[in-house]
Design a binder for this molecule. Structure first.
Ligand code: TYD
Length: 152
């Protein structure tokens, strides 16, 4: 999967267009390295192709646990392993791919209509998610069969 540090604007007008796991891309974030500790920052619309309406994070994930298991109808997200590592299975209803996140300066961009499952959390890992919209349960696809029917 190629790394891109320059982002293209997200197509937020047509979330129903056929999404592909190939559209989920890794974004390299700025790094200010310093002997006192490194620093990475993210600005909505600059380092990722949407404005940030919400941030949330997963932490204290027990070994062997799985998160995700859903898709979003319109939401765009950037997932970052700000500590430790985990894996993301991406599924567009036709194909699956698995991506490992293990650097705090690298984010995985996931657009609408991509089913995602998160697993393989290392001890002490933290998954930070930056999202384009506030929480809305109506935006979720939580039933895989219904998701595949709509995605296909
Ligand atoms: P969910 O998105 O299913 O978690 P994950 O994808 O990480 O497995 O959310 C789990 C619960 O948390 C669910 O009851 C909804 C709630 N929640 C909020 O209230 N606000 C939020 O921003 C998020 C992401 C979840």
């Amino acid at each position: 999967m190629p790394l891109r540090s320059v982002v293209r604007p997200a197509d937020t007008e047509s979330p129903a267009a056929a999404a592909s796991v190939d559209d989920c891309r890794l974004i390299e974030l700025p790094r200010i390295t310093d002997p006192r500790g490194n620093l990475t920052f993210v600005e909505g619309g600059v380092h990722l192709p949407f404005s940030i309406a919400r941030a949330y994070y997963l932490y204290d994930v027990p070994g062997g646990a799985e998160r995700g298991g859903h898709a979003h109808r319109a939401l765009h997200q950037l997932l970052i392993a700000v500590a430790g590592s985990f894996e993301v299975v991406l599924d567009d209803g036709r194909r699956r791919r698995r991506v490992q996140l293990n650097r705090p300066y690298r984010g995985l961009l996931i657009g609408p209509m991509i089913w995602r499952e998160l697993d393989g959390f290392s001890s002490g890992s933290v998954c930070l998610v930056l999202a384009s919209q506030r929480y809305d349960e109506a935006d979720y696809h939580r039933d895989y069969a219904a998701f595949v029917a709509e995605a296909g």
